[in-house]
Design a protein around this ligand. Structure first.
Ligand SMILES: Cc1cc2nc3c(=O)[nH]c(=O)nc-3n(C[C@H](O)[C@H](O)[C@H](O)COP(=O)(O)O)c2cc1C
Length: 447
């Protein structure tokens, strides 16, 4: 059982839906992937359901699959700034890469979003696992997995220091005395590490929630250690209750080992819900999406996930032998998830791509609103989740259905809030205020 009495809900939003064929399905309007108003509407729907947050993933390359799938058009912090002004409560989580950004610029962008939204910003910290992304930043091949996580650690350490560089109350803003800021409350950080040298302070004051929420989604050994040290929420792909429980136990134990309390980090497994009046209708709805999958696209997608070229492989044969995990430099946990799915050799590649089409390995679930609510309740009560990453297969209808048909059931069962009780994203997730390392300190230079 989770430590919280109610769970948390994040809407993971992608184009016109998570299903890879969503944009070809009659339930969507494909052109809306280009329309900022579509995303503002999604933010408002999430807010109607009192969801904790909305979230956008991001990649830094077009990749080899452009022919058959829509791509993210908007950079997430920019897009969430537009959603911030169209909403009042819902949290706003953007992905940004530690491998291909610099900490000063990133710290400033996220603080800006936190100011624009009055304390609703979150950062999904990714290390960017793709070779096509590396190629856009002067790097040949996928940078080693361990090196990416080492850089991520120093990156987050220095970003946290920059976010502390302005204390609460540093902005005086007194036109009469002519004082804008109290210099004793604005600090240099003088970071001099293996990868970054940054003097500080940040050129943006501390925001309403102190600093943005830290979110992470790596599930490898290094990914979990990183999350246990820094993350306040973790997104994860878990296919069975047992796997979810094992991940939850493991991660919470690591959090405690790092001197934090288990409740300081919320675990949010993903679910792609197909919702209809009956189970049969929900399954038929899912099948209508599967029928629109382009095998050419899916084979490329699967090849990228597994680090093996499957584009000439027969769709009706099982997977060929796969490389060992330690040779995978990209997304290790998703590789393992797909390998486990296909482990007994009974699935053909065609069946496998059908299974993965809904959410790229995330659990898909087709059922009635009650069945979806039951499933979430079970995972929450049986120690596999503090909340969920809701990944609507099509948008906006899949989010409407979740908010209007599943959320009320969860509310009746006392599992989810009926009103927002906090004003910040940190508050929605029930997390404590953050301390500022400089509070009360006096810079030697100004002393
Ligand atoms: C729900 C979810 C969302 C993710 N979003 C992104 C993303 O936007 N960009 C990205 O580069 N990686 C993203 N990832 C990948 C993770 O950041 C991480 O690279 C991946 O889980 C592999 O980490 P590992 O090698 O430690 O297992 C996401 C993963 C999950 C589960």
């Amino acid at each position: 059982m989770s430590q919280d009495s109610q769970f948390h809900l994040n809407a993971f939003l992608m184009g016109v839906g998570h299903h890879e064929a969503a944009w070809r399905h009659p339930r969507t309007e494909a052109h809306r992937v280009l329309d900022v108003a579509h995303f503002q509407e999604l933010g408002r729907i999430a807010e109607r359901g009192k969801l904790d947050s909305v979230f956008f993933a991001d990649g830094l390359a077009v990749g080899p699959r452009i022919k058959h799938n829509t791509q993210a058009i908007f950079e997430p912090v920019t897009l969430l700034s537009a959603i911030a002004v169209a909403t009042e409560h819902v949290g706003l989580i953007a992905t940004a890469s530690t491998s291909y950004s610099d900490p000063y610029t990133l710290a400033r962008r996220f603080t800006s979003l936190d100011h624009i939204s009055s304390g609703r910003a979150g950062w999904n910290i990714v290390t960017s696992a793709g070779a096509d992304e590396a190629a856009n930043f002067g790097v040949d091949g996928i940078p080693a997995h361990s090196g990416r996580y080492e850089r991520a650690e120093e990156f987050v350490d220095v970003t946290l220091a920059l976010w502390d560089s302005w204390e609460d109350g540093a902005v005086v803003l007194n036109p009469e005395t002519g004082v804008f800021a109290d210099p004793d409350k604005v600090h240099t950080i003088d970071h001099d590490g293996p990868r970054f040298r940054i003097k500080g302070p940040l050129n943006s004051p501390r925001s309403a929630q102190g600093r943005p929420l830290l979110v992470q989604a790596g599930s490898s050994e290094s990914g979990k250690e990183f999350a246990a040290r820094y993350a306040e929420a973790v997104f994860t792909a878990q296919r069975t209750l047992e796997q979810g429980q094992e991940f939850y136990r493991d991660l919470k134990a690591r959090v405690v080992k790092h001197g934090r309390t288990a409740g300081d980090l919320k675990v949010l497994p993903g679910i792609v819900p197909f919702i209809a009046d009956t189970e049969e209708e929900a399954k038929a709805l899912e099948q209508s999406f599967t029928d629109l999958i382009s095998p050419e696209y899916s084979l490329r997608q699967l090849s990228t996930m597994l680090g093996v070229d499957l584009t000439k492989h027969s769709l009706d044969a099982p997977l060929p032998p796969l490389p060992p995990l330690d040779e995978i430099q990209g997304n290790k946990s998703r590789y393992q998830l797909v390998k486990d799915l296909a482990a007994d050799g009974s699935l053909t590649v065609r069946q496998l791509i059908g299974l993965l089409g809904g959410g790229r390995g995330h659990r898909t679930f087709a059922g009635t609103p009650e069945q979806v609510a039951d499933e979430l309740q079970t995972w929450f009560e049986q120690g596999a989740a503090d909340g969920f990453n809701i990944m609507p297969p099509y948008l906006p209808g899949g989010l409407d259905d979740f908010v209007d048909r599943v959320v009320p059931i969860l509310q009746q069962r006392g599992l989810f809030r009926t009103e927002y009780t906090a004003t910040t994203l940190r508050g929605h997730y029930g997390l404590a205020d953050v301390d500022n390392r400089f509070a009360g300190a006096v810079d030697e230079a100004s002393a």
